[in-house]
Design a protein around this ligand. Structure first.
Ligand SMILES: Nc1ncnc2c1ncn2[C@@H]1O[C@H](COP(=O)(O)OP(=O)(O)O)[C@@H](O)[C@H]1O
Ligand SMILES: [Mg+2]
Length: 265
């Protein structure tokens, strides 16, 4: 069975006549990494926000269906979706540090997050947070918990964001441009960290990126979006070696090559 199945999804904003996302379909199996690639404004974020039930105000699903573990997400109440988020489906953003309140310690926010999903004392939740950071190979979890976000580098904040997102071992991780705000070295670390999630927990991942190099490195399956539509899809090899669409060729041409191989930039 597919873990996630999006069928013919269309999403519009306000009274705008052209849908932001039009007739998008995609399937994700357990443990599979699917990447959505496309330039800014192509509708990538809209697709994954629709899955999370977190479209910005004015955004609404105008057609199609989203099935998670075989049942529809679209009919669920706000409370049902809130319970699902974090536990079964998690999301990370370009700068997960940005969703963390800058004037509160990481630990206070992490403890609060854990306690919205599980009845634990503050002390136990703190210990759980430290344990999770260390399982994610972040050194000195306790020190991180006692830090303010601004005391950490962007890469470190992102790694903390991923650790938080994985706390309840969700089946599906939605990653929206998780490496775009980072320098090249840190990008590679984040990419490896996400790849490890599948090895350790068999987590499925949808990774949204405008960088087809990152997508090609990580994904089993690639979808290329342009103007709200899927213009190309296939296995990594298919899309990279034999791009059928001009737009995909242009995205590929923009990726630097090293030793004849496209690399994660
Ligand atoms: N909150 C919003 N209100 C109105 N239009 C929006 C909103 N968010 C996104 N859009 C529009 O939807 C389209 C797709 O945006 P988005 O999903 O953010 O693309 P991407 O993530 O690929 O950059 C764009 O044309 C954008 O202007
Ligand atoms: Mg986006």
């Amino acid at each position: 069975m597919e873990l996630l199945e999006i069928r013919d999804l269309s999403v519009g904003y306000g009274k705008h006549p052209r849908p932001a996302v039009a007739h998008v379909s995609l399937q994700v199996r357990q443990g599979e990494v699917v990447s959505i690639v496309g330039e800014s404004g192509s509708g990538k974020t809209t697709v994954i926000r629709a899955v999370m039930g977190l479209l910005p105000s004015g955004g609404r699903v105008t057609g199609g269906e989203i099935l998670f573990e075989g049942s529809s997400l679209l009919g669920r109440t706000k409370e049902e979706l809130r319970a699902l988020r974090g536990s079964r489906i998690s999301m990370i953003f370009q700068d997960s540090g940005a969703m963390i309140n800058p004037i509160r310690r990481i630990g206070d926010q992490y403890v609060e997050y854990i306690r919205t999903h599980e009845k634990l004392s503050k002390k136990d939740a703190f210990a759980r947070g430290v344990e999770m950071l260390e399982r994610m190979r972040l050194p000195d979890g306790k020190n991180i918990m006692n830090s303010y976000p601004f005391q950490l580098s962007g890469g470190m904040r992102q790694r903390v964001g991923i650790a938080m997102a994985m706390t309840f071992e969700p089946r599906l991780l939605l990653a929206d441009e998780p490496t775009s705000a980072l320098d090249v070295t840190t990008q590679a670390q984040i990419v490896r960290q996400i790849m490890e999630l599948r090895e350790r927990w068999n987590t499925s991942v949808i990774i949204v990126t405008h960088n087809i190099g990152v997508a090609a490195y990580m994904a089993d399956e690639l979808l290329v979006m342009q103007h709200g539509k899927v213009v190309e899809r296939g296995t990594r090899e298919d899309v990279i070696q034999h791009p059928a669409d001009d737009y995909t060729r242009r995205l590929l041409a923009a990726v630097p090559q090293m030793g004849g191989k496209r690399y994660v930039s």
